[in-house]
Write a protein that binds this ligand. Structure first.
Ligand SMILES: [Zn+2]
Length: 158
């Protein structure tokens, strides 16, 4: 038995222990792939936009350019929501103020110092549900970050 066999066995053991987590791992891979494909789409769009820009020559963007720009924005928004999902699956916290990634143990954002939401390790399905209910929560018009409605968590301090 070589050291390599042993490593494989150990890896399998880890997978068995994390059996429940396997779905999450698959979900993480899927999300990563979606993000990668979105990013490659984005770079092609940027390239096309650059070409349109050169062809256009004037400072006023053409209709084609504006369409492309809104599509780019859509992709960026999609990537952002996927990254949020990814962070939730990994138990990471995304700062609702500046969007910085923090570890699940962090109480305050390592970038802007804002208080981070309570840790909630979600499973893949729960994250999907969360995305559906996300429509109810409002988004900040300035930075597009999520704004929690005050009705959900009422501070009952004396
Ligand atoms: Zn922050």
């Amino acid at each position: 038995m070589s050291i390599f066999d042993e490593t494989v066995v150990k890896a399998k053991e880890v997978l068995d222990i994390a059996g429940k987590k396997t779905n999450d791992i698959i979900a993480v891979q899927k999300i990563k792939m979606s993000i990668a494909s979105l990013k490659s789409q984005l770079s092609k769009m940027y390239e096309a936009l650059g070409r349109l820009c050169c062809d256009n020559g004037t400072e006023t963007p053409s209709v084609n350019m504006l369409e492309l720009m809104s599509e780019i924005e859509e992709r960026i928004a999609e990537i952002k929501s996927l990254e949020k999902k990814l962070a939730a699956l990994r138990g990471e916290k995304i700062c609702t103020v500046c969007g910085a990634k923090n570890t699940s143990e962090s109480l305050y954002c390592n970038k802007c110092g804002s208080k981070l939401p309570e840790t909630e390790t979600k499973s893949a399905e729960e994250v999907d549900e969360a995305e559906n209910s996300e429509k109810e929560s409002e988004t900040c018009c300035d930075c597009g970050c999520e704004v929690k409605s005050e009705t959900t968590d009422s501070d009952s301090e004396n």
